[in-house]
Design a protein. Structure first.
Length: 542
């Protein structure tokens, strides 16, 4: 602290004690740890942002949404959740483009809200991604059963877990390369399926059946939820899609966690954020539109009794058109999606735990970083949670496991809520300190209104996520607990932390917009012009 009593550029006040910021050179020197390395290139960041959007939720989860909501209910639900996702991402993008530091939005919460908000948001985020890891490993073993049911699931879970651990042990660069490959496969597949769907709808398949909007007329644009007649049944059918669609979009914010290990972050992060809406429109809105055209909402195969390609709406349409061989291809892509998601889960949960430790919300030993930039203790701790995947090996234990999946989904929505609240404080701090948003590397449109929209919408979707248990004859204790326990835990964690720490909201005039800025500016540069047509193509695509 300076002689005048003012904080230096690399200092902060944490629970009444002046200490260096975790991302500052002073902190690194004092802790004896190496910093994270910026090894992820533009194409890595771009594909990580794409990979967070495309997953089993689009390929497979849309089956339940179509069955419950009908083609128009499906389209409206995904379109509205897409606007919420976009609002969250541009809010997040504005912050992490300005300060792409380790911990992402978890560190931002420490700077712009208070230490208790960072504590709550961090542990909620870590918990969400930690329990998703065994879920994806279990899903991958089920997908393998599409081809071979003679081998015990534990064998496949072990193989997948080892590969995921190895990928992450080689650091952010290896993770980025693998995610680049996985995401590329998903992009090629969903693009091909959308084009194929248009051809089939127009009668270009082997059966030459021109479908058009036939299924929008019969069985109809909406379903009647749980047999409830009239407009109430149609409204509830649409809302059921809303809650499920929200879960499909979760994960797009991974790019914020990766920002601390991105090369040239001031250029690459904004570029990835600006094109989020294109990916939402092309992959999700385009995909669910095609699904609603090709498959009737009352098709019996939409009932997801098994989580493999046979239940994908795309495969149902392909089979109906008389095309053979493609289901195995789709199942292979679903398998890579689950594998990719498991790798992302371990990467994100370990960096979230590292960020928690940096901000003093977890044991300091978790900040240990190897010479090649790997937070190895944080990675090792999160690897242990992958062992929970073996819960799904025995018959019946998968039911309990699905409860964990539901709980992590609500936690993901609460993370969106926490991100946009942090942005609203960031926005207010910039106003109070006379900072011009036009000077930011990325400036989100219609702010702060879109942030308010996402904040309120995330809470509303969470609050009504378990509405079905309150309908007559619909009570289910397990569904109630798994939907509302994470929703209740979030405020309990926050207010308990505030009481214990005695923390208060940071005044907008005192918010720190400078610590770590020198390192970020030093890591920013003008990219050299593309050397060949391959680099020009990727530059255009990304």
């Amino acid at each position: 602290m300076s002689s005048e009593g003012k904080l230096e550029y690399n200092e902060k006040v944490h629970d009444g004690v002046v200490e260096p910021y975790p991302d500052s050179e002073a902190y690194v020197a004092a802790s004896g740890n190496a910093p994270l390395h910026r090894t992820m290139k533009n194409r890595h960041i771009a594909m990580i942002s794409i990979g967070g959007v495309i997953g089993t939720g689009l390929f497979l989860g849309t089956a339940t949404s179509l069955q419950q909501g009908g083609p128009v209910g499906l389209l409206l639900g995904y379109a509205i959740i897409g606007t919420i996702c976009y609002s969250v991402m541009i809010s997040l993008g504005e912050m992490v483009s300005y300060l792409p530091i380790p911990g992402g939005h978890l560190t931002m919460a420490e700077r712009f809200v208070d230490s208790s908000w960072s504590f709550t948001l961090g542990w909620n985020y870590w918990y969400s991604w930690t329990l998703t890891l065994p879920a994806e490993l279990s899903a991958a073993s089920v997908l393998i059963n599409y081809w071979n049911k003679s081998v015990n699931d534990a064998v496949w879970i072990t193989i997948f877990l080892i590969v995921v651990i190895v990928i992450n042990l080689f650091g952010a660069r290896a993770y980025g390369e693998c995610e680049f490959v996985f995401a590329s496969l998903k992009v090629i597949t969903i693009t091909g399926l959308i084009i194929l769907g248009i051809v089939l709808d127009l009668g270009g398949g082997p059966n030459h059946d021109r479908i058009g909007f036939r299924y929008w007329k019969n069985p109809g644009p909406f379903t009647q939820f749980a047999g409830i007649a009239g407009s109430k049944g149609r409204f509830l059918a649409w809302w059921a899609v809303m809650t499920q669609a929200a879960f499909s979009f979760l994960g797009t914010e991974i790019v914020a966690i990766a920002a601390g290990e991105a090369k040239n972050p001031r250029r690459n992060i904004p570029k990835a954020i600006r094109r989020v809406y294109i990916r939402i429109l092309l992959f999700y809105i385009g995909g669910v539109t095609i699904i609603g055209l090709l498959v009737p909402s009352n098709h019996p195969d939409l009932n997801l009794t098994e989580s493999n390609a046979a239940k994908s709406p795309f495969v149902i349409a392909i089979k109906a058109a008389g095309i053979k061989g493609l289901p195995s291809v789709i199942n292979a892509v679903l398998l890579t999606s689950a594998w990719s998601a498991a790798s992302s889960d371990l990467y994100t949960s370990s960096r979230a735990l590292y960020g928690l430790a940096l901000n003093g919300n977890a044991p300091r030993i978790l900040t240990a970083v190897s010479s090649w930039g790997l937070p190895y203790i944080a990675v090792a701790v999160n690897c242990l949670f992958g062992l929970l995947a073996y819960m799904g090996v025995k018959s019946g234990s998968g039911v309990v496991f699905n409860w964990f999946v539901n709980m992590t989904s609500i936690s993901g929505l609460m993370s969106w809520f926490g991100i946009t609240v942090t942005y609203l404080r960031f926005y207010k701090g910039m106003q109070a300190q006379g900072m011009d948003r036009n000077t930011l590397p990325f400036k989100g449109p219609l702010q702060p209104y879109l942030a308010w929209y996402a904040t309120i919408s995330s809470i509303v979707v969470c609050f009504f996520s378990g509405f079905a248990v309150f309908l007559k004859g619909g009570w289910d204790t397990a569904s109630f607990v798994t939907n509302y326990l994470p929703f209740i835990i979030f405020p309990i964690l926050y207010f308990a932390s505030r009481f214990y720490r005695g923390s208060r909201f940071i005044n907008p005039e005192d918010m720190d917009f400078k610590s770590g800025l020198a390192e970020v500016e030093a890591a920013s540069y003008d990219d050299p012009p593309p050397r060949n047509w391959v680099e020009r193509f990727w530059g255009w695509l990304m």
